[in-house]
Design a protein. Structure first.
Length: 458
């Protein structure tokens, strides 16, 4: 009797593969979430509301700069690299990956210039202590050179989410150990920032080492200067890159702009309160980030290697899963939001409950829309993602201007929720229209061409 052959990667359904990748990510992020809750509690309780506010503004600025300067090159690698990996064209994949790495270096240089302007020209507007300006600048420089966008894309395009989990566990574990050591030996804002920067750089080094080990035939220095070959291999890559760069800039404004706005409009203490609520909201809605990572790679692969009906089915199943997750996250915050804030930061942070509720409402819209952007990108409609992101940023800015005079930091948070709702509506509408056009084109093609001649490129 023959033994039943175990299901291979190709045998599993599209949703099954995505959920397998999501399982790896959730396992790693679950570990990371536990670590982050502990080190966040150490930060808030040892630094206090004022210094934690400074930490939040410095760290928030670095996250905004990383989002802009990172150029989202991982999206480029996944979007165009999925086809190279599918056809095992390792030279083309290597040229694409190394182009992304060079763009990361350019982004780091660009980000350093922005950081200099931000901290040496606008530190007063950010509400930073003048004594912290040098520290804040060099922390941001270190964070920018710790970019891991390109190697992240390489690992995801190769469908090695298990490796990504192990590498990314370095950051939460390292921060937890560093926080404990600093807490026991004498906590200070400077020591926390230095530790965070060093751990980020370590993760970047390990990520590149693992990318090289996974695909040594592609990750070679000989591919670094072959820009012409990379452009020839990937028609439309420059246009896609520019669109995703603009989209990343808008996303950075949406994610980190409100925190900086709180620091500018309300004050440093309010920024600390907002940051803790934001951190907790992001932690509870982490499923959106994890699902987006798994969905982006699988949807890009499905568009290359699967029939249109399977592609549509994956979009629908992902959206249903994300919508259910959104409802659960909101329910958790309504029932236990205040308790979680007190547990992490103590009684002085309990007043952030209304901010937390508003931010989680905004995050729930983001979670519900995770399938839309990778679907638009994979079908060559990245400009629609950009348009919806711009619409969300505009809606957020309008919301902040309307609600801030009424509610302060809470008003800013409801402005973010308004932006999240606007983004969901715009992105969902565009995704629905694109899917309709794909179905219509597919039917017309089948009517006018022999059966089985299924084009998958748009």
């Amino acid at each position: 009797m023959k033994r039943k052959r175990p299901a291979s990667h190709e045998d599993r359904s599209l949703l099954g593969r995505m959920l397998a990748n999501l399982g790896w990510l959730m396992g790693g992020k679950g570990f990371g979430a536990i670590c982050s809750l502990v080190y966040l509690a150490i930060l808030t309780r040892t630094l206090g509301l004022k210094d934690f506010g400074h930490f939040s503004l410095i760290f928030g600025t670095s996250q905004a700069l990383i989002a802009v300067a990172g150029f989202q090159t991982w999206r480029v690698v996944v979007r165009f690299g999925a086809e190279h990996v599918h056809h095992r064209n390792w030279d083309a994949f290597g040229r694409l990956a190394m182009l992304a790495g060079v763009l990361d270096v350019c982004g780091a240089l660009f980000g350093c210039a922005i950081a200099y302007l931000a901290f040496y020209q606008f530190a007063e507007e950010l509400g930073l202590n003048p004594e912290l300006i040098d520290l804040a600048f060099w922390f941001n420089v270190a964070s920018l050179w710790a970019l891991v966008s390109a190697p992240t894309g390489i690992v995801r395009a190769l469908d090695r989410f298990d490796v990504a989990v192990y590498v990314e566990a370095v950051v939460p574990l390292g921060r937890l150990l560093a926080a404990l050591a600093i807490w026991l030996t004498g906590p200070s804002l400077t020591r926390f920032l230095i530790a965070w920067a060093a751990i980020d750089i370590l993760e970047a080094v390990i990520y590149w080492i693992m990318a090289r080990r996974l695909c040594p035939q592609s990750i070679r220095l000989s591919h670094v200067g072959d820009f012409g070959g990379a452009l020839n291999d990937n028609p439309g890559v420059i246009r896609f890159f520019l669109i995703t760069f603009c989209s990343a800039t808008l996303e950075a404004a949406y994610r980190n702009g409100p925190l900086l706005a709180v620091g500018y409009l309300v004050g440093t203490r309010a920024a600390g309160l907002y940051r803790l609520a934001q951190q907790l909201a992001q932690g509870l809605a982490k499923l959106s980030t994890l699902l987006a990572r798994a969905a982006y790679a699988e949807i890009a692969r499905a568009r290359v290697a699967s029939a249109l009906d399977d592609f549509r089915k994956l979009i629908r199943q992902t959206s249903i899963l994300a919508g259910a997750g959104s409802a659960v996250v909101v329910l958790i915050v309504l029932l236990a939001g205040r308790f979680l804030l007190e547990l992490l930061g103590g009684e002085q942070f309990a007043g952030g409950e209304p901010i937390l509720i508003a931010l989680v409402v905004g995050a729930s819209f983001e979670l519900a829309s995770v399938a839309f952007e990778p679907m638009l990108d994979s079908t060559g409609r990245a400009k629609l993602s950009l348009a919806s992101r711009a619409f969300a940023v505009i809606a957020t800015a309008i919301g902040i201007m309307i609600f801030h005079p009424i509610g302060g930091a809470e008003g800013v948070a409801w402005g973010v929720a308004l932006g999240g709702a606007a983004h969901y509506i715009a992105m969902g509408t565009m995704a629905w229209l694109v899917l309709r056009s794909l179905v219509r084109a597919d039917r017309l093609e089948k009517q006018g061409a022999p059966m089985g001649n299924d084009r998958r490129e748009t």
